[in-house]
Design a protein around this ligand. Structure first.
Ligand SMILES: *Cc1c(COP(=O)(O)O)cnc(C)c1O
Length: 367
């Protein structure tokens, strides 16, 4: 039996290590996972109540068209219901976009480094992946534009970019959209947009109204704290959304996810509190990096990528021994670590561990 040749080389996704695993292996009683940009404050109590309310309907298929959630989000953002598509996380919307738009030998352009699911799904469709190096940790939109050919089908812009946390501005995205051909789909992944309070950040909806070839991605996994339920969405031109809907599985999001998402969307106080506490966490972490003389990319989401000044695998292992799970090993950034903003207590534990690890590594370098 032979699988498709273009998937043979694909790695199996390596998630951030589960807390229980690390505890067992290292004999630690407390382990803090700051590896997957999850919300350290959990989710809205109203979302939990909405899940409980659905328990009696577990045997009934969910609403495949997510009618109620679609109406809520359409009203929130001032778009038509036909402009929305839901997925099992925005990951699934990425999958559906590639399934609907890419055939073998089509070209798709993305940054290097960026969110790995764009490349992963494009490769499954046997499309040609063009990776354009980040510049100072930021998408180099002019360089990406220069790589557009008549074979280009999708351009991916991750904003803020995961893993670097940097943003491209409204003016930069607007200039890009004005120049890219109208038949090239541009995907603006805004997984962390709710954390941002900066007037330079793009007004994605305004741009989407002007440019029919722009699709926005949003998720309930990050600030809304519903990562385990798997629900995210795409917003775009009704024709584009219809094409994506044609490849969607009939019941791709669950009853629990839809109900929790509606409740989470309505609980603005929870989102505001998370945004405020995240901003405090970012200030604490960046001040600590400044004090330790470590450089970092300007962070806009709920994570920071900093240069630890030592091979990242060594820093990662050191942090792990102190009970902190981080993310490391990016081709372009061999000494960088990405850390999620935790609660204040978790952030302090992380900085304490980092100081010890850097001391240990400094002794090793001298010795
Ligand atoms: C976390 C993340 C997503 C997707 O998360 P889902 O849980 O699949 O909704 C998408 N894009 C980026 C850049 C992310 O960091």
């Amino acid at each position: 039996m032979q699988p498709k040749p273009n998937i043979v080389h694909l790695p199996v996704y390596q998630p951030g290590r589960p807390v229980e695993d690390v505890k067992r292996e290292l004999g630690l009683t407390e382990v803090i996972k700051l590896a997957s940009n999850e919300n350290p404050f959990g989710c809205s109590e109203k979302a939990k109540a909405a899940i409980v309310d659905e328990l009696g309907s577990t045997s009934i298929y969910p609403d495949g068209a997510s009618v109620a959630l679609t109406a809520d989000i359409a009203a929130r953002h001032g778009v038509e219901p036909e402009q929305l598509i839901f997925g099992a996380g925005s990951d699934e919307v990425i999958l559906m976009l590639t399934r609907a738009y890419l055939v073998p030998d089509d070209e798709t352009i993305m940054a290097d480094e960026t969110f790995p699911q764009y490349k992963h799904n494009a490769e499954i469709e046997n499309a040609k992946v063009i990776e354009v190096p980040l510049k100072d940790g930021k998408h180099d939109l002019p360089a990406m534009l220069a790589r557009v050919t008549d074979k280009t089908k999708i351009v991916w812009i991750c904003n803020p970019n995961n893993p670097t946390g940097t943003i491209v501005t409204h003016a930069e995205v607007e200039a890009f959209m004005e120049q890219v051909p109208g038949d090239v789909l541009v995907v603006l992944d805004e997984a962390y947009c709710e954390y941002i309070d900066d007037s330079a950040y793009p007004d994605g909806f305004g741009l989407m109204r002007r440019f029919r070839n722009l699709v926005l991605l949003r998720t309930f996994s990050k600030i809304y704290g519903l990562a385990s339920l798997r629900i995210g969405y795409g917003i775009g031109d009704a024709q584009v959304i219809r094409s994506i809907n044609q490849v969607r599985e009939p019941f791709n999001t669950t009853r629990f996810a839809q109900a929790a998402a509606r409740a989470a969307l309505a609980d603005e106080a929870f989102v505001d509190a998370c945004r405020t506490r995240n901003a405090e966490g970012l200030r604490y972490l960046t001040a600590a990096f400044d004090r330790l003389g470590l450089s970092y990319f300007p962070p806009y989401g709920n994570f920071v990528m900093f240069d630890a000044g030592h091979p990242s695998a060594e820093v990662f292992d050191g942090l792990l021994r102190h009970g902190i799970i981080s993310r490391s090993r990016w081709n372009l950034y061999p000494t960088h670590i990405r850390i999620t903003v935790g609660s204040q207590q978790q952030n302090e534990a992380f900085i304490g561990a980092l100081e010890q690890v850097l001391d240990e590594l400094a002794v090793r370098v001298q010795g």
